[in-house]
Design a protein around this ligand. Structure first.
Ligand code: MN
Length: 210
């Protein structure tokens, strides 16, 4: 990530806004990135402008231990800061679509060990993403011992706050898919699987970053 503390900037998409067509369409990406993600950046910066004690603190530090945040701003840091971190992660976790998109290497082995096969993992992840009630996220994370599991977070809560390292994520807020898919979240989840950047997930899984 290009900036680590206040003031935060709107990081450009790591690909063109139309690069994920037809799985996630251009208008959805533009509004999601240029307006919704930007709004989180703006709100976080406005909050931190009034909170000099946190201006040299990285977003990861703020989100990792929310209990250490000053109580008057804690909830808003979790909401706005989580909105910034989660969206940066989400956009970087995608890439142009491909058929039979799946992980390889150590991450595939870990998924097969835990879920039996990639197809079974996919089916289970799909069910969990469908079951997210209200606005939230579904993540594939690893814990400190390297175990992988699926984790749901409400609102803009971030798995970093539970000590977990995200490997990939699907945003299941309606704003992530409604323009293209209306209420058909299941189709969005199916197509999200075509644009997952499994190489990035593998790199994090192997400890490359995150
Ligand atoms: Mn979103």
């Amino acid at each position: 990530m290009s900036d680590h503390c206040y003031p935060f900037s709107v990081e450009p998409l790591p690909y063109e806004a139309d690069a994920l067509e037809p799985y996630i369409n251009t208008q959805t990406m533009q509004i999601h990135h240029d307006r919704l993600y930007k709004a989180y950046v703006d709100r976080l910066n406005a909050l931190l402008e009034e909170c000099s004690a946190l201006q040299n603190t990285s977003l990861e530090q703020m989100l990792s231990v929310p209990s250490r945040l000053p109580s008057p701003v804690r909830t808003r840091i979790v909401n706005f800061g989580g909105g910034v971190w989660n969206h940066r992660f989400f956009f970087a976790a995608l890439r142009p679509g491909r058929q039979n998109n799946q992980p390889s290497g150590g991450l595939l082995t870990a998924i097969e060990r835990k879920y039996g096969s990639f197809e079974q993992f996919r089916k289970f992840f799909h069910e969990k993403a469908m079951a997210v009630f209200g606005s939230g996220w579904l993540w594939l994370v690893k814990d400190r011992s390297g175990c992988i599991f699926i984790e749901e977070t409400p609102n803009q809560n971030c798995p970093l706050s539970c000590g977990h390292t995200p490997l990939t994520a699907i945003d299941v807020w309606e704003h992530a898919y409604f323009l293209q898919y209306l209420n058909l979240r299941s189709d969005y989840i199916d197509n999200w699987f075509s644009v997952v950047n499994w190489a990035a997930a593998e790199q994090i899984y192997q400890g490359g970053c995150g």
